[in-house]
Design a protein around this ligand. Structure first.
Ligand code: AHR
Length: 663
């Protein structure tokens, strides 16, 4: 799909790459802030997050399951598993076997493994995890399995965590009792830290056991929930204090064809009944093939809503509108067969908000959340375009608004921030009085610097904007050479001053994609990178964090010589926080020189000592990494005001956030 996008933008990216960074001799800049001139409220949803299961973001990522292909449902049911057939004491004798049984006709989880062993210590299977398993010395790991012990035999499962070389680093065992399928679990304590551990299961005794949903989770998941999420990754999200959580994507919503679209109903209820499908990013990029990428949906819609709740973020689900990815198969559902798709949207609102005596509200309650999730937004379609989208969108709007008039509907304007399909989409959506329109821009950093004024000219009475996916691309869109470097992050910061200044038009924004596994990614750049043990925020992450943690409640005026600061050297935005009584300035110095700034604040009775937080790097190509995760990260110092004046130095290539209490 992305080839066309890439060609479209390659030229622009090349030109941008040839431009020098902005080297300009600086004199001091004067900023006049009028805190009495209070402008638009800044929506609590202004700075949010976009989650998509790309780059092993879910399985192998935030979803803390460590066993790959735990239910033998991958296209190749043995993928991720290796058999050790031979008796370790008599190498010419097979000591057991594993057969994959397929209960044909069973729609969810049809397969399981049947292991027969005839020797006391010989037969075993190994799971390789998602490019290994990350275990920490002293950490507890919860092994569980659905199992049945066939009559007449007695087989014990001896579990062995091993390091990359195969040496044991943790052990436990369990013996299934009885023929009836039952869940068994036991904890394993790791004796060493290892990023690429594996799990051996040795079958001791003689007989046959059936196994399904073979699972291993760290005990210390986020909030120590079973079937939980990786705590370090959720913590990075929580630190952003996001206003909303958009899920589950992205193109994953659409599917490469309709059969592989995201169907939320198949992702709720008991984990063992969720319907595994291929992940569309498995086959998307020839340069990053990922044949072992599937969606187990262990992280499903219930868990997404719960995560949003934990983060204090508004849940924002995006649903298929009956159109598969238009860069791939572009399959569509005929208009007269769209009802089940519309039903999915209505039922989702019931699942999130309905009382426990409604059918879908009951499903939510049975999953442990009788209280509603207070869903306020729903997105129809991801990155669709053309008349096909508009005619489908209208049918969704009619149905949703007649049943749930208070739910705000998010529509889309396609994959590009300009051009024919974008203009067409906007024109139609404006005409239809759409509430919120999603825009996507994956563009070179120069575009971001130059587009800080993008929303200054938007119609103030038209639909509101959701900048739903954006990220500066250092080379070209979807290029595997793209880097999360400081140049890109700074350009996004410059652009974001324009988003905030236009808070009367822009209601929601999110960087995309969110997560990437350092060994399993398909798309770069990404906000947060991780391996099996560690994770780090990119410079772009810290830009997002500084904006989101310093949101303010209302825009106020900041100017230089009577004009807003929109570059090319200095970009600025100002806000007040009426809850904390503070003035908040965000200033980007895009030049390579130090820039003294004289800031005069009117419209207040006085300022007290505040703080100045700086995110900077002299090297625009600099990046953070697993080994140097905080190379570019914010530093905060006290800042003393004198009367109504603030004097600060804007460091070269920096984002500065000033917070001062005001009266
Ligand atoms: O963020 C990666 C992809 O970019 C998203 O899935 C899609 O919506 C966009 O094209």
């Amino acid at each position: 799909m992305q080839d066309r996008k890439r060609n479209h933008l390659l030229l622009v990216a090349l030109i941008a790459a040839l431009l020098p960074f902005r080297v300009v001799a600086q004199s001091s800049v004067t900023l006049q802030v009028d805190a009495g001139k209070v402008g638009a409220p800044i929506q609590p949803t202004m700075w949010g997050i976009f989650f998509e299961d790309i780059n092993f973001a879910a399985d192998g990522g935030i979803y803390a399951e460590m066993i790959k292909n735990r239910s033998f449902e991958f296209a190749d049911p043995r993928m991720g598993w290796q058999e050790h057939k031979y008796d370790r004491f008599s190498l010419n004798r097979e000591s057991g076997s594993m057969t994959i049984i397929n209960r044909v006709g069973k729609t969810t989880n049809p397969r399981f493994a049947r292991v027969t062993t005839n020797a006391s210590k010989g037969y075993g299977i190994t799971n390789e995890g998602f490019r290994g398993m990350g275990v920490k010395q002293g950490g507890e790991y919860v092994f569980s399995v659905l199992a049945s012990q066939h009559q007449g035999g007695k087989v014990t499962l001896r579990l062995e965590l091993v390091d990359e070389k195969g040496s044991p680093i943790g052990e436990a065992s369990l013996t299934p009792e009885g023929v009836k399928w039952k869940k068994y679990s036991v904890n394993i304590t790791a004796t060493r830290t290892e990023a690429r551990a594996k799990l051996n299961i040795w079958f001791e005794g003689t007989g046959t056991v059936d196994l399904d949903i073979v699972s291993l989770f760290p005990a210390d998941t986020w909030k120590r929930r079973p079937n939980g999420l990786r705590a370090d990754l959720v913590q990075l999200l929580a630190d952003l204090k996001p206003g909303f959580l958009r899920f589950p994507g992205g193109c994953i919503v659409e599917g490469r064809d309709l059969a592989t679209r995201y169907q939320w109903k198949k992702t709720v209820g008991p984990v063992e009944d969720r319907h595994l499908i291929i992940n569309r990013w498995n086959t998307e990029f020839r340069h990053r093939p990922t044949p072992d990428y599937f969606q187990s949906f262990g992280l499903g819609f219930f868990e997404y809503f719960q995560l949003a709740e934990d983060l204090g973020a508004e849940p924002l689900p995006i649903l298929s509108c009956g159109m598969a990815c238009q860069f791939n198969s572009a399959e569509v559902v005929p208009l007269d067969q769209l009802d089940p798709y519309i039903e999915d949207a209505l039922d989702l609102i019931e699942f999130a908000n309905g009382s426990t005596d409604t059918p879908w509200g009951k499903v939510r309650a049975d999953m442990g959340h009788p209280e509603p999730f207070k869903l306020k937004f729903i997105g129809i379609g991801n990155e669709q375009w053309g008349p096909g989208y508009i005619e489908r969108y209208k049918l969704f709007v009619d149905a949703i608004k007649s049943k749930y008039p208070d739910v705000t509907i998010v529509s889309g304007s396609g994959p590009f921030p300009d051009g024919e399909m974008f203009e067409y989409g906007w024109e139609e959506l404006r005409e239809l009085k759409a509430e919120i329109v999603d825009e996507h821009y994956y563009r070179p950093p120069e575009w971001f610097f130059e587009n800080a004024t993008r929303y200054d000219s938007y119609d103030r009475s038209g639909p509101k904007v959701f900048a739903g996916e954006y990220a500066a691309q250092s080379v070209a869109i979807a290029s595997p050479e793209n880097k999360n470097n400081w140049r890109c992050a700074l350009s996004e910061a410059a652009f974001m001053t324009g988003l905030e200044r236009n808070a009367d038009v822009v209601y929601l924004t999110s960087y995309a994609p969110l997560f990437a596994h350092v060994d399993g990614w398909q798309w770069t750049p990404d906000l947060i990178w991780f391996d099996n043990l560690k994770s780090f925020g990119t410079p772009n992450y810290y830009v997002q964090k500084l904006f989101s943690n310093n949101r303010g409640t209302h825009v106020v005026s900041v100017q230089s010589n009577g004009k807003p600061l929109t570059g090319p050297q200095v970009y600025a935005t100002a806000a007040v926080d009426r809850n904390t009584n503070e003035l908040i300035l965000k200033i980007v110095n895009a030049s390579e020189s130090t820039q003294p700034a004289d800031i005069r604040v009117d419209g207040i009775r006085g300022m007290k000592t505040g703080t100045v937080t700086v995110l900077k790097s002299a090297d625009p190509e600099a990046v953070n990494s697993i080994d140097n995760p905080l190379r570019i990260s914010p530093e905060t110092k006290p800042l003393k005001a004198s009367g109504r004046k603030l004097d600060i130095q804007l460091d070269p290539l920096s984002l500065t956030v000033v917070r001062v209490p005001i009266r």
